[in-house]
Design a protein around this ligand. Structure first.
Ligand code: CNA
Length: 321
């Protein structure tokens, strides 16, 4: 299973209605192609219903899929947000087209643009925000079946979610591999070079050492295959901050059973929520932090979340000093 981007399809929706919008909640599943959910078929859910399913523990196997949009409130630009996204700000990298920065062929031709971006995204530069800590609360309460992330910033780990509950589907900076002799290195071995704007090289064969970030055309990590066990088990799917344009990750959102409620928290309606809606889909559109705070309010977890954010941010600030 290799990584690829729906570039052709992407153009159909990625520049949809933009700008700042108030969060709104929609039931999007009028006639789901995959929504053969028997008695659930006509039942429309709201954000409040989703909160009640979690709060009452009617749903205890919550799967979460996230993308770059959960980290923009931490200050890390996503790919596709018009204006602020990396794809609109790549002039500084001198690349022929945006995806080139994550393409192997281009990397072998010129690895410098990727390492310039890597320097920006390297773990340690940013802190988790309320969205990460909301997911941490799900984990603390024993409700998180697994968190599938496309992000390479490592903020899910930093928020305190145990790695066994994570699938870092697009890889990690925690390790790196020589592109010539395939020797593996701890990620921190590259750190000094990346920070000094040098391309890290293998001490044995002098090949370029690439952090284990999955590029387009590369296979996904073995842990990605956990989806085959996880998705049939899930009783609720939360999808946060992703355009659902990168495959095979995007298609996971269709791998839960057709009766399982799916909640999208994102600025825009994306992926199957737009073009394969199911009857039990809910979309909370608008600013992600406000949407998460609304959900957390409905759950009655606001004070707990605030205390967690304060405690964990304090710990991280202490490490900075
Ligand atoms: P994307 O395609 O850029 O989509 C992000 C989505 O989040 C878009 O639909 C945005 O509208 C939405 N969004 C962004 N900020 C907010 C906000 N504040 N409130 C509400 N919605 C918001 O990113 P995807 O993750 O879908 O694409 C997958 C790529 C992006 C993966 O391969 C990642 O490795 C890659 N990426 C990761 C990071 C990171 O690790 N933080 C940063 C940039 C890109």
């Amino acid at each position: 299973m290799v990584l690829w981007c729906r570039r052709a399809l992407a153009s159909l929706w990625q520049w949809g209605p933009g700008g700042v919008r108030r969060p709104i909640s929609l039931s999007v599943g009028a006639s789901g192609l995959f929504g053969s959910g028997g008695s659930h078929e006509k039942e429309k859910l709201s954000l409040q219903d989703i909160a009640e399913l979690i709060r009452s523990r009617a749903c205890q196997k919550v799967l979460v899929m996230v993308g770059a949009g959960i980290s923009t409130p931490s200050g890390i630009p996503d790919f596709r947000s018009p204006g602020s996204g990396l794809y609109n700000n790549l002039q500084q990298y001198h690349i022929p087209y945006p995806e080139a920065i994550f393409e192997l062929e281009f990397f072998f031709h010129n690895p410098k643009p990727f390492f310039k971006l890597a320097k920006e995204l390297y773990p340690g530069n940013y802190k988790p925000n309320v969205a990460h800590y909301f997911l941490r609360l799900l984990y603390d309460k024993g409700l998180l079946l697994r968190l599938y992330t496309q992000n390479i910033d490592g903020l899910e780990r930093v928020s305190g979610i145990h790695p066994s509950k994570l699938v870092e589907a697009h890889g990690t900076f925690a390790s790196a591999t020589c592109t010539v002799c395939r020797r593996s290195f701890p990620g921190e071995d590259c750190w000094a070079d990346v920070m000094a704007d040098r391309v890290p090289c293998c001490p044995v064969c002098n090949g370029v050492v690439k952090p284990d970030i999955v590029f387009f055309g590369e296979p996904l990590p073995q842990r990605f295959f956990l989806h085959m066990a996880d998705f049939p088990l899930a009783d609720l799917l939360l999808v946060l901050g992703t355009s659902l344009e990168v495959e095979p990750f995007a298609s996971l959102s269709e791998a839960v059973r057709s009766t399982v409620p799916r909640l999208l928290i994102n600025r825009d309606l994306v992926g199957p929520f737009a073009w394969h809606p199911r009857s039990r889909d809910v979309a909370q559109l608008g600013d992600l932090v406000r949407s998460v705070e609304t959900l957390v309010g409905l759950l009655g977890w606001t004070e707990e979340l605030q205390a967690l954010v304060q405690r964990e941010t304090g710990k991280l600030d202490g490490q900075d000093r």
